[in-house]
Design a protein around this ligand. Structure first.
Ligand SMILES: [Zn+2]
Length: 115
């Protein structure tokens, strides 16, 4: 699934620590039927001058999706205190917040009944 286009009236639902987390959150929200997206930061100009928060990446949703998105993001943040887990597919050690391996996309829970 591709990240949707961010419309001009979309609102910022979350500020991810980096583009990687932002991509993960967009995927997470899309799993919940929420069309989240990222705006291109536009690596324009500023030769040799990256702002310190250049990695900070906002996640955008449609205004009507803000409430459900916040619920998903709250649950996401609540998972932040678990142990790291190792991907069964590629062996990557992942942050407890991640339901999917950031490296290869393998789901955290093998018993996850998808259907
Ligand atoms: Zn993996």
């Amino acid at each position: 699934m591709q990240a949707g286009q961010v419309k001009s009236d979309w609102v910022r639902a979350y500020s991810a620590a980096n583009p990687m987390e932002a991509e993960l959150l967009v995927g997470l929200l899309q799993q919940h039927g929420i069309g989240a997206g990222l705006r291109s930061q536009g690596l324009m100009g500023g030769i040799g001058e990256l702002p310190l928060d250049a990695l900070h990446t906002p996640v955008w949703v449609a205004p009507r999706d803000l409430e459900p998105a916040r619920e998903v993001l709250k649950a996401y943040e609540a998972k932040n205190d678990g142990p790291d887990w190792t991907c069964s597919e590629c062996g990557e050690v992942n942050d407890p917040r991640f339901d999917f391996c950031w490296q290869c996309g393998q789901a955290k829970d093998d018993n996850n009944a998808t259907g």
